[in-house]
Ligand binder design. Structure first.
Ligand code: ZN
Length: 488
């Protein structure tokens, strides 16, 4: 009895202290995307999980009792947002390997949330919440980015990506599918058409707590390139249902055909860049027909996730120096990094380029890489609504390591023509507004969640600012960058 009472009063004491805890970050240059024309020195007061006060001007007095952080010579930005991640898959490992190497997989997942934070990503959006348990595990970590998701992907029966699984399991793994009467003989009889309409599928996603719904327009690649895709009429039903449920409509498509389909159907966010120009693939300059589509994307403020690391990340297998990047040792458990360097850990290279040398494989990627850069450059010229999304990991490639992949994507985008201001907005306010989470995150304003990044350099001056992070706050919890590295 007595012990219980003491414990109860102790926890009360701790609660009271936690509630009163305030942090005053002062003397710092405030870099917030809604005010980029005037970067001023100022102070930010954090209480609990929230920003409660923002003051511009120097020499402001710290509130009594607040812990004071002097940000002299440094830059404070909102936490970065990566709106295209896949928390359930491990870069470099197939699902079978992850299942066979459970301890290694567990170590990877334990570090995963900290690796995103290490590069300042305090919010991520998982576009395929296939396994809610895994998302919940990330959310249960002591320090983790805010996680939003698009629920279970709304796939088309026997289409991408479900078709990569055998027919017996694909309807279980991708259970939120749209029935196609034309394929009735290839859909198990236990699934009734009336339960698998676009409206029902979107409603399931909504009921699951998602903020967005993800669809695909993909004929496939490699050995599978004739996959069924939804018709404009079906897509119109998806669009109407997403609007009714208040969900952001995200569509996978990396070709001119797919993006034309999605834009005509009223998509909110294109989940990839455009590196496949179809019948215009031989063109060296950006064709007028593609420019017309890109003009619409820019004018309608459609969210554009260029995901340049999808292709660049595959190239990592042909760049032997990649695995020796010292930062990988900070982001991956030692056992996993060592395994990736073994012949077994290189298995995906075989799949990408069985009989080619590194140089030949890299050469083969040059043209699609050029096409995606041309599209990004054109859209940057139109100041389109870029929303920063990496697709981490986009395939089993080890070239998409959480955190680092974001920094590499930023370099790709900047090299392709995004200005530093465009890039900064893409990773903050554009993402927040487009995914309608701007009441919570995206700027440094009172009332928002205290997701903040303190950098030694300005992200408006130098791309390397994103690798000059000193401290990260996530929901008011403070972490020095070094503390986010893999624990030895
Ligand atoms: Zn993806």
């Amino acid at each position: 009895m007595k012990t219980t009472r003491i414990l109860a009063s102790l926890s009360l004491l701790f609660c009271a202290q936690a509630w009163a805890a305030q942090t005053w970050i002062t003397n710092v240059k405030l870099v917030s995307p809604e005010k980029l024309d005037r970067i001023e020195t100022g102070s930010v007061l954090i209480e609990d999980e929230r920003i409660v006060r923002v003051e511009r001007g120097a020499g402001k007095k710290a509130p009594a009792g607040a812990r004071r952080i002097d940000g002299k010579g440094q830059y404070l930005t909102p936490g970065l947002i990566d709106s295209h991640v896949h928390l359930f898959s491990i870069p470099g490992m197939s699902f079978e390997q992850a299942d066979q190497k459970k301890p290694m997989a567990a170590e990877y997942f334990a570090q995963l949330p900290r690796s995103f934070l290490y590069y300042g990503y305090t919010t991520v959006i998982d576009l395929a919440a296939v396994d809610r348990q895994l998302i919940n595990r990330v959310k249960a970590a002591p320090l983790h980015p805010d996680v939003y998701d698009c629920g279970a992907p709304l796939v088309f029966a026997n289409g991408y990506p479900a078709s990569y699984l055998p027919p017996e399991t694909r309807f279980e793994m991708f259970s939120n599918f749209i029935y196609d009467p034309a394929q009735a003989d290839q859909i198990p009889a236990r699934f009734k058409p009336e339960d698998y309409t676009p409206a029902k599928g979107v409603a399931r996603v909504k009921a699951d707590g998602a903020i967005c719904v993800k669809t695909h327009f993909e004929h496939g690649f490699g050995t599978m390139h004739n996959l069924p895709v939804m018709s404009p009429a079906v897509y119109a039903e998806v669009r109407a249902a997403a609007s009714k449920e208040g969900l952001v409509l995200v569509t996978h498509g990396n070709s001119f055909e797919a993006q034309t389909f999605a834009v005509n159907g009223g998509v909110d966010v294109l989940a990839h860049g455009m590196w496949n120009w179809g019948r215009m693939d031989k063109e060296k300059e950006l064709p007028a027909e593609i420019k017309q589509l890109l003009d619409k994307i820019a004018e309608r403020r459609i969210g554009f996730q260029a995901t340049m690391q999808v292709l660049n990340g595959m190239n990592a297998y042909f760049e032997p120096a990649y695995l020796n990047n010292p930062v990988l040792a900070k982001l991956l458990p030692p056992s996993m990094l060592a395994w990736l360097k073994t012949p077994e850990g290189q298995w995906f290279r075989q799949e990408l380029a069985e009989n080619e040398t590194d140089a030949e494989a890299l050469k083969g990627m040059e043209v699609p890489l050029r096409r995606q850069r041309q599209v990004v450059a054109y859209l940057a010229g139109k100041d389109a609504n870029f929303v920063f999304g990496t697709d981490t990991p986009s395939s089993p490639t080890y070239g998409n390591i959480p955190g680092l992949n974001g920094y590499l994507e930023m370099q790709d985008l900047h090299n392709a023509g995004l200005s530093l201001a465009q890039l900064f907005k893409a990773a903050t306010i554009n993402n927040a507004r487009t995914f309608r989470i701007d009441a919570q995150v995206g700027t440094i304003e009172a009332g928002k969640v205290a997701n903040l990044v303190l950098m030694k350099m300005s992200p408006l001056d130098d791309i390397r600012a994103y690798d000059s992070i000193d401290t990260v706050w996530v929901r008011g919890k403070q972490a020095a960058r070094g503390s986010l590295e893999v624990k030895p």
